[in-house]
Design a protein around this ligand. Structure first.
Ligand SMILES: *[C@@H]1O[C@H](CO)[C@@H](O)[C@H](O)[C@H]1NC(C)=O
Ligand SMILES: *[C@@H]1O[C@H](CO)[C@@H](O)[C@H](O)[C@H]1NC(C)=O
Ligand SMILES: *[C@@H]1O[C@H](CO)[C@@H](O)[C@H](O)[C@H]1NC(C)=O
Length: 359
């Protein structure tokens, strides 16, 4: 009995907090590209480097050409920060892209986070086009590689793996894609979700065949604090590929990226999986504008929070009225269970009132 009654107030409080929290995650910056060329926003959001070019009537970007030592990259033009705000808080991100890789043993493709000092304009034909800056900036280059060549000098397990690389292509975490029944360079369209959660400090990678839903189990879940890696430095995100000693073409069919500021004490949800599991239809680019989005979210938060607050207050007031408007009852006179429960309620409210009086 006592335990249950103690729980009652924290429960209302938890409900109240929940109401605020559900509206608390703030989207800082975001873009989504499904049809590349005819989109006026494409050029202002994404830059193409090296051999990357828009193909297929604007529906895709071939990141590499069908020749040896070809390299290309798509970069989101807006720099991001993994630490933001006052007080300083870690920032979470989610990215999704669909791609296909032709059946050759080239390097594959990598999602990269590059510090602002990285020589982005120089690409060589190996190491996902990253060699000019890799290992030269003090562990501030992060790549999630979809690697299609077995390279012994990078301790690759096979020619069909996903890995997390920090400043070197020797991965800190690696996963065998063959065990999922998938082939990275089979020419099929695949799609991937890469999520970084700033509250749990985990980087997760999921992979599937295009058309299949987002897998619940990540292929890789790696603990890493990205706010420590770059602190308040500006970072650029991109998709990078090179052919090495092959004529492998890598094609990107869609790409979206979202950055979110989330309260430190809250466990974040990954980006809405439905938004990402749709087949790639030729849609227009949606750019979520920072200011407008923030205002809408704040307004929603305030309205929702106020409604929740009002509801909780009403319930508390109703309970208060109900029990204070009748004389207290002694449990000895009414030994039945329901009355005992009523007695407990009175006692809690009175205890609360006494505590409040003392303050
Ligand atoms: C783009 O890459 C695909 C293979 O992924 C290839 O069939 C196509 O010819 C390439 N397009 C151009 C313009 O190079
Ligand atoms: C990858 O997985 C496949 C299928 O489960 C297995 O045959 C192969 O040996 C694995 N490779 C490595 C390097 O673990
Ligand atoms: C590139 O591939 C060709 C043919 O497979 C091979 O003869 C050559 O040694 C390779 N070069 C390098 C640098 O791996």
């Amino acid at each position: 009995m006592e335990k249950i009654s103690i729980l009652r107030y924290p429960l209302s409080l938890a409900f109240f907090i929940f109401c605020f929290v559900t509206t608390a995650a703030e989207q800082i910056s975001s873009f989504s590209l499904k049809k590349f060329e005819t989109n006026p926003i494409f050029g202002s959001q994404v830059a193409l480097f090296g051999d990357a070019e828009v193909v297929n009537g604007g529906y895709s970007v071939n990141v590499t050409r069908s020749s040896i030592l070809s390299a290309g990259r798509l970069m989101y033009k807006q720099p991001i920060k993994l630490v933001e705000g006052n007080p300083r808080k870690g920032v979470s991100f989610s990215t999704y892209f669909s791609f296909s890789i032709s059946p050759d043993n080239g390097d594959g493709i990598a999602f990269v986070l590059l510090p602002s000092g990285f020589p982005s304009q120089f690409l060589d034909g190996t190491s996902f086009g990253l060699s000019p800056g890799l290992g030269k900036l003090g562990s501030r280059v992060l790549a999630v590689e979809f690697d299609t060549s077995m390279d012994a000098k990078f301790a690759d397990p096979n020619g069909n793996h996903v890995g997390i690389d920090i400043d070197t292509l020797v991965s800190v975490a690696v996963s065998n894609v063959t065990s999922l029944g998938l082939v990275l360079n089979g020419g099929d369209k695949l799609h991937t979700w890469i999520d970084y959660d700033a509250s749990s400090k985990y980087l997760q990678v999921r992979l599937g065949k295009l058309g299949n839903v987002r897998p619940s189990d990540p292929l890789i879940s790696y603990p890493i604090d990205l706010s420590e890696m770059w602190k308040e430095e500006e970072v650029f995100v991109g998709l990078s590929s090179s052919t090495g000693n092959s004529s492998q073409t890598t094609t990107v069919h869609s790409w979206s990226f979202t950055l979110r500021r989330i309260p430190n004490w809250m466990h974040s949800q990954p980006l809405d999986p439905r938004a990402h599991s749709e087949p790639s239809k030729p849609l227009t680019v949606t750019v979520v504008h920072k200011k407008k989005d923030c205002v809408i979210r704040t307004l929603t938060g305030v309205i929702f929070g106020t409604a929740c607050g009002a509801l909780v207050t009403l319930i508390v007031m109703a309970l208060w009225n109900f029990f204070t408007s009748r004389p207290p009852v002694a449990p000895v006179e009414y030994p039945e269970h329901p009355v005992e429960l009523g007695y407990e309620k009175i006692r809690i409210i009175r205890e609360k009132a006494t505590t409040d009086d003392k303050k």
